[in-house]
Ligand binder design. Structure first.
Ligand SMILES: Nc1ncnc2c1ncn2[C@@H]1O[C@H](COP(=O)(O)OP(=O)(O)OP(=O)(O)O)[C@@H](O)[C@H]1O
Ligand SMILES: N[C@@H](CCO)C(=O)O
Length: 315
């Protein structure tokens, strides 16, 4: 359960006086996620989601995340609606943390998807990219290639406790990726964490997208690479799922030749990015938090597979 910050009923009721929401019935921590503290708020007129932003989210980025979410809703995407406080703001303070409330989206958040869901999720990601058009603010990707070598350095010898020789191995990989990364490809606002558990499914159809708290301005094809890796499934890795996602994506937004050529590098880069954040959380576990730390090893294995075979997804 991802609850780093424990919120009492009294603290919550006091916080809710700043909103025009129906009376609270109950609140409980959400049994999923690793990044932020999330609670369901059950009110007399339906359910909402409260998020308290934790270590990886900078408060100054919240207007970008919530503004992007509102923009996507205006474009017709099924994403949560941020609830405004009585003073018009979208960000409050609770238990010493920045906090926001959004509407609850119906659907099932899957740990891993099937082929039909992966294909449909690809169309949704492409619609997401097209719908971000017209949203002017930008946010640099602070978990991108320019940051990976520093992240490896910061984890240091802790990496070798996950796997012997991992520190040197990942340092060389981060340097290689940085030196080879392209600079000119179609770019815009990307989700940057498009995992099956951030897509709400209604059977095989995706009903909506949640969790915009890694969104940033970067290459669309890099976002596709993240999603392809994230949908390959950790327990039984299958390139078919990533390929199905890409096929779905291209029915809405076909890739240029340059974007296709960049994909093998982007698969490696995104595998490294999630291996690193997971390795960080594995090495620096937070005492007293209720969180199921995610395993870095499947992402290290995926990185190894992409390094060995640049055609992993087309093999
Ligand atoms: N608006 C929403 N509507 C319905 N369910 C939601 C909503 N927001 C979050 N959830 C549920 O809470 C879970 C955790 O939320 P979220 O993915 O935002 O957490 P997180 O800590 O950012 O996790 P991670 O980054 O690991 O995906 C989701 O998998 C989903 O089941
Ligand atoms: N979705 C990510 C967590 C957010 O970085 C993971 O599964 O590692």
């Amino acid at each position: 359960m991802a609850v780093y910050t424990h919120v009492s009923r009294e603290e919550l009721e006091d916080f809710l006086t700043r909103y025009d929401l129906p009376p609270l019935v109950a609140h409980h921590g959400i049994e999923a996620g690793v990044e932020n503290s999330n609670y369901f708020l059950d009110t007399e007129d339906g359910r909402y989601v409260l998020t308290l932003f934790e270590k990886r989210v900078a408060e100054e980025d919240l207007p970008y995340f919530l503004g992007l979410t509102e923009h996507l809703r205006q474009k017709g995407m099924n994403v949560p609606a941020p609830i405004h406080l009585k003073d018009g703001d979208m960000i409050g303070q609770l238990c010493g943390r920045p906090a926001a409330i959004v509407t609850f989206l119906q659907g099932v958040s899957e740990k891993s998807a099937n082929l039909a869901q992966a294909r449909a999720a690809g169309t949704l990601l492409a619609q997401f990219h097209l719908s971000t058009d017209g949203f002017e603010p930008e946010r640099a990707n602070d978990l991108g290639p320019a940051d990976w070598a520093l992240m490896v350095k910061g984890l240091g010898d802790g990496l070798n406790k996950i796997e012997l020789g991992l520190f040197g191995n990942l340092r060389a990989e981060a340097e290689h990726l940085m030196a080879s990364w392209p600079s000119q490809l179609p770019r815009g606002q990307i989700h940057a964490d498009f995992f099956p558990d951030n897509v709400m499914f209604d059977g095989d159809s995706p009903a909506g997208v949640i969790d915009f708290y890694f969104a940033c301005t970067d290459f669309f094809a890099y976002d596709l690479a993240i999603a392809m890796n994230a949908f390959t499934a950790e327990d039984a890795p299958s390139p078919d799922l990533g390929m199905a996602l890409m096929q779905g994506y291209e029915t809405v937004r076909p890739l240029s030749r340059e974007e296709k050529e960049a994909l093998p590098l982007f698969w490696r880069g995104s595998a490294l990015r999630f291996a690193l954040t997971r390795a960080h959380d594995f090495i620096h576990q937070v005492p007293g938090s209720l969180v199921q730390v995610k395993d870095p090893k499947p992402w290290l294995a995926l990185l190894g597979a992409h390094r060995q075979s640049p055609g992993f997804f087309s093999a």
